[in-house]
Design a protein around this ligand. Structure first.
Ligand SMILES: [Zn+2]
Length: 126
């Protein structure tokens, strides 16, 4: 059933292998895969209540181990601290100069220079 037109699927690793390849990367041969597929199809037809009863229900999950709880608590603490830092953190400081560059700001306004006084009276021939 899992065998496509151009591929067959390996029952060991689940990989889809091209039909021209007789052996999967994991070493399973195509004949073995077909035998397993035929056996699995036969077995799936037969009811197996014992294995169905042993299957754990998906609704309830096992309680988390203590270390996982500690990690989750630490992550929650860090998240709360980060949100608090963003809310009431210090004001942003001016950016430090990189590679010695300091923006001097706009240049000072030029002071109006007095009109140049001539070294001699013009016109000089009068
Ligand atoms: Zn395989």
């Amino acid at each position: 059933m899992a065998t496509g037109t151009h591929t067959w699927s390996c029952p060991t690793c689940g990989r889809r292998v091209p039909r021209r390849m007789g052996t999967c990367h994991c070493g399973t041969t195509r004949e073995r895969a077909e035998a397993v597929a035929a056996g699995g199809a036969e077995a799936s037809r037969a009811p197996r209540p014992a294995s169905r009863a042993r299957r754990p229900s998906r609704g309830r999950s096992a309680p988390l181990p203590r270390d996982v709880k500690a990690i989750l608590a630490g992550m929650a603490l860090v998240a709360v601290a980060a949100v608090g830092w963003l809310a009431v953190g210090p004001r942003p400081e001016p950016v430090a100069p990189v590679l010695g560059f300091v923006d001097p700001g706009p240049p000072p306004a030029p002071t109006p220079a007095p009109p140049p006084t001539p070294a001699f009276k013009l016109p000089w021939w009068k």
